[in-house]
Ligand binder design. Structure first.
Ligand SMILES: NC(=O)c1ccc[n+]([C@@H]2O[C@H](COP(=O)([O-])OP(=O)(O)OC[C@H]3O[C@@H](n4cnc5c(N)ncnc54)[C@H](OP(=O)(O)O)[C@@H]3O)[C@@H](O)[C@H]2O)c1
Length: 275
């Protein structure tokens, strides 16, 4: 017969991009705090390894959904897998994302569309599907991962930075809309973090990623506290905070030039524009 503890329903958290980096660390925190988890990313084996670790160490339920979130059908797949439980989600961590560096005119249109689909559309769709249940229960926490890239244009990283500005603007507006309902929306805007992100985006040699990285643990410590307190915006680290707010004091042209240098001037490189 199951123990009384096993019969008490645990709050349910959905974490996208849980197979590595920031998402995996959020999953660990939520499991340690007694949440059941739905872990979403493409790599089934990495998700399953994490799920196994968390089931063993915290006695929670952890379910794995291997889904490519750039596909327009992805959110429906998650909704189908969750069924009625979609309305019971207590925490949504919208974290999955990737970056594309280089001159805009050389980037593949298909890659750019996938980047926008993942970083913006899927994130908005998940909020739209999960928020009504939270509002009906008058409780719930959403955390959307943006970036300090949101605070200024990023030559050589143009579309990525624009997607993160979108996430920041959307999240702050949504946080305002739901204030007083018992539901909170937090936007986490990290600077460079030691994950697979920079090498996947071929940004690891840029000045930004050579000098300024923080650990995943530091980033998620700050993000998790902000989530628990229902803060609207968290920029982890004093330096990142100063950089983000410094952009308000200088001209757009100057911040764009500075960002171009910090990102490694990637827009200058490469072959002639693709048609
Ligand atoms: N690291 C940084 O310096 C930094 C700074 C600011 C903001 N961020 C943001 O932080 C978030 C997490 O990134 P990270 O730093 O933890 O990098 P990461 O280690 O590369 O993790 C990215 C996560 O997103 C998942 N993902 C990527 N493409 C996906 C797709 N098509 N479908 C489903 N899942 C997908 C990856 O899993 P699979 O490959 O298994 O699918 C992985 O779990 C991103 O939104 C990123 O923009 C990162």
């Amino acid at each position: 017969m199951p123990s009384v503890a096993a019969q008490v329903p645990r709050p349910l958290a959905v974490v996208t991009g849980a197979s590595s980096g920031i998402g995996a660390e959020f999953a660990r925190r939520l499991a340690a705090d007694g949440h059941d988890l739905v872990l979403v990313a493409r790599s089934y084996s990495r998700l399953e390894r994490l799920a196994h670790e968390l089931r063993q160490s915290h006695g929670i339920r952890a379910e794995v959904l291997a889904v490519d979130l750039t596909l327009p059908s992805a959110v429906q797949r998650i909704a189908d897998a969750l069924g009625d439980r979609l309305q019971d989600v207590s925490v949504l961590i919208n974290n999955a994302g990737f970056g594309l560096s280089g001159a805009f005119s050389n980037q593949s249109e298909r890659d750019l569309v996938e980047l926008m689909q993942l970083n913006m559309t899927t994130l908005v769709q998940l909020c739209r599907r999960i928020l009504p249940g939270m509002l009906a229960r008058r409780t719930g926490r959403i955390l959307n991962v943006s970036s300090t890239a949101a605070f200024q244009p990023g030559p050589g990283f143009a579309v990525y930075c624009a997607t993160k500005s979108f996430v920041l603007s959307f999240s702050e507006a949504l946080a305002f809309e739901v204030s007083g309902t018992g539901v909170t929306v937090t936007c986490l805007a990290p600077g460079p973090v030691e994950t697979e992100f920079a090498s996947r985006a071929t940004m690891h040699e840029s000045p930004l990623f050579r000098w300024g990285k923080m650990s995943v643990r530091q980033c998620v410590d700050a993000g998790y506290r902000a989530l628990q307190k229902g803060k609207r915006l968290k920029i982890p680290g004093l330096f990142n905070h100063m950089l983000a707010f410094g952009t308000r004091l200088s001209s757009r042209r100057l911040t764009t030039s500075l960002a171009s240098w910090m990102l490694g001037g990637r827009w200058r490189q490469g072959s002639p524009p693709s048609p």
